[in-house]
Design a protein around this ligand. Structure first.
Ligand code: NAP
Length: 262
């Protein structure tokens, strides 16, 4: 990274989907980038962001591990991080008792452990500098018990909650914490979670560019959260007044294997 006039943003999971679009927003709006994902495809994404005028460092690391997060943090080489967009994550469909526990654990370690470890490391530096913006990709999935996606939804409930708690802890500082809560979005997420035969996997979804733009703008305004689209807004409002067993039954209808048409 050569530029020292542009602020630096770290974006995790920037190789595809919502994270790719978040990193693109950052590059277009004047940030340099330090981006990370698990697979080498992150380097192809870096080339595209360089074409937008950003200085970009890319690193392929498993953010489910503390070592991977340490490597990402070290790659900033002490340069102040103005914005941390903690977005990397993955889902996992099927009934809990049929899931492979190593994959379950990898998901928890990515979505929760690695995410909050990175936020703590970068957040401490932001506290020292009295400045910074943190965006966490939670989900509307965190508002309801997600039958046939049970652990994933739990990880997102954790992040939604954590985000508001951390925001409150930092309310007397110049560090803002924003939770981006997407609904179903057209990315590699559902294929990776083995949910392509489900209703939610097959239905029309939100555009990741629109979701990321809303998240980026909310982060820049320092807002607490952003839910995109009226249907998702309605869903989260209703979830607050609907019994949990009813929400779980509703989720079964869209996420049970074979619930899709094909
Ligand atoms: N799509 C939706 O409907 C939806 C809805 C609500 C929230 N979300 C959340 O949005 C975030 C982005 O997901 P997406 O929908 O954009 O899916 P995606 O296209 O599959 O992108 C996921 C990104 O996270 C990275 N990643 C996953 N596990 C990682 C690990 N252990 N270490 C490093 N990088 C890792 C992936 O990189 P590799 O490919 O290299 O692993 C990829 O860059 C996730 O947190 C997801 O939970 C998605």
């Amino acid at each position: 990274m050569t530029s020292d006039t542009r602020p630096l943003a770290i974006v995790t999971g920037a190789s595809s989907g919502i994270g790719y679009e978040l990193a693109k927003c950052c590059a277009e709006q004047g940030f340099d980038l330090l981006i990370a994902a698990d697979q080498p495809a992150i380097h192809e994404a870096a080339q595209k962001f360089r074409a937008l005028g950003a200085a970009v460092e890319a690193i392929a690391v498993d953010l489910a591990t503390l070592e991977g997060v340490d490597q990402l943090y070290a790659a900033a080489k002490g340069r102040p991080v103005e914005a941390l967009l903690a977005n990397a994550g993955h889902g996992l469909g099927h009934a809990f008792l049929n899931q492979d526990f190593n994959t379950v654990r990898h998901m928890i370690d990515t979505n929760i452990t690695g995410t909050i470890y990175l936020i703590q490391k970068v957040g401490k530096d932001m506290r020292t500098r009295h400045q910074g913006r943190i965006l966490i990709t939670g989900s509307v999935a965190g508002f309801m018990p997600g039958s046939f996606q049970a652990v994933y939804s739990g990880t997102k409930a954790f992040l939604n909650s954590f985000s508001f708690a951390l925001r409150n802890e930092l309310k007397d500082t110049n560090i803002t914490v924003t939770c981006l809560m997407p609904g179903a979005t057209e990315t590699a997420f559902f294929a990776r979670a083995d949910m392509l035969d489900t209703k939610v996997g097959q239905e029309e979804k939100d555009d990741p560019a629109d979701v990321a733009k809303a998240g980026f703008e909310a982060m820049m305004k320092g807002e607490g959260d952003v839910v995109t689209g009226w249907q998702n807004k309605l869903q989260t409002t209703m979830a607050n007044v609907t019994p949990s067993d009813m929400l779980a039954e509703r989720h079964r209808k869209i996420a049970e294997p074979g619930s899709g048409e094909k």
